[in-house]
Design a protein around this ligand. Structure first.
Ligand code: ZN
Length: 330
């Protein structure tokens, strides 16, 4: 059977899910089957800075492209992952820094009206957590805490394949938990959030501060003085892997702060596994045993040594697969 015929034959009973991942610059859409396999995929630019209608048209363009490839008109269910604060119960995006065209926007209703399919929306970290629980590193664990380590820090908590996301779906957001009330002011308005210590933005900021005044001996191959402004979390991660001591020290400090935060999480939720995803996860997982030691100091739960610390299975597709996983819930 060609993929198209295969889909046509199964359309009536188990149509694949249409998954949509919306970011500040792109919309990714895909048809995903019930085992988490992507069958057809497409991407378009996201018009995040235009009118609300233009933003919606970007979403329709990506979705239509996928549906056309699959000769499918009406998916069984549509899952949507978005950055920012989402009311999953009512299908509303409250606000997302990267998507200024939508504020208090009833996105699910608009998409449902266009395709006449049920629509589920969730925050992208929550969605990615669900994908890891369903098909990824968390499969087989009863409860997982998912951490997305990228430009910012997101998180999601899943128990028995259900997101624990509160009455509206906004809970599970741990990236702005304060671990130092005297710490630096965060963009969210609070002080000393974990995002101010262990996100890509924070790692680059610490590195620039250190390298602006570092000697050539300490900086090694990293740019210093005025050139330190070029530093990114990625360059720190590469330099650390290549043996640069200052870069390694900066990442180890981020890992130490993660351990404080995760210690609180372990005591509060007792997840069986903590799953590290996002672009910075590989760099910080090189400090897995350090985080493990840190948990001994920063958690008091007697099971703290047994919590698995795992690398996420899904990379850039995690939110897209998470959008699909939203349709498996309930
Ligand atoms: Zn914050």
């Amino acid at each position: 059977l060609t993929p198209k015929k295969h889909l046509a034959n199964r359309r009536s009973k188990s149509s694949p899910i249409l998954a949509i991942d919306i970011g500040g610059t792109k919309v990714a859409a895909a048809l995903v089957n019930s085992s988490g396999k992507i069958l057809f995929a497409a991407r378009t630019k996201m018009a995040a800075h235009g009118t609300a209608r233009q933003g919606l048209q970007s979403v329709f363009a990506a979705a239509n492209s996928v549906l056309r490839s699959a000769s499918l008109r009406r998916p069984a269910c549509i899952g949507v992952a978005l950055p920012g604060w989402v009311d999953s119960e009512r299908g509303i995006l409250f606000n997302a820094t990267n998507i200024p065209c939508w504020r208090n926007y009833a996105l699910a209703g608009k998409i449902a009206a266009r395709y006449r399919s049920p629509v589920r929306v969730a925050n992208d970290a929550n969605a990615a957590a669900l994908a890891e629980a369903a098909w990824g590193a968390g499969a087989g664990y009863e409860s997982i805490f998912y951490v997305s380590l990228g430009t910012g820090i997101g998180s999601g908590y899943v128990v028995r394949n259900q997101l624990i996301a509160g009455p509206t779906g906004s809970a599970g957001e741990g990236g702005h938990m304060t671990i130092n009330f005297l710490g630096p002011l965060c963009g969210c308005g609070k002080r000393g959030c974990i995002e101010m210590y262990a996100s890509g933005t924070a790692i680059a900021r610490f590195a620039r501060q250190r390298l602006a005044r570092a000697s050539a001996r300490i900086a090694g191959d990293l740019p210093r003085g005025r050139d330190a402004t070029r530093i990114t979390a990625e360059s720190i991660s590469h330099a650390a892997a290549a043996g640069n001591k200052l870069a390694a020290e900066i990442l180890a400090s981020a890992a130490d702060h993660l351990a404080i935060w995760l210690g609180n999480i372990v005591d509060l939720l007792e997840p069986q596994a903590i799953i590290f995803g996002g672009g910075l996860a590989p760099a910080l997982l090189r400090y897995r045993s350090r985080i493990r030691r840190g948990l001994r100091a920063w958690a008091i739960n007697p099971r703290r040594a047994k919590v698995a610390l795992l690398a996420a299975r899904f990379g850039p597709d995690s939110a897209l697969l998470g959008a699909a996983a939203l349709c498996r819930e309930r």
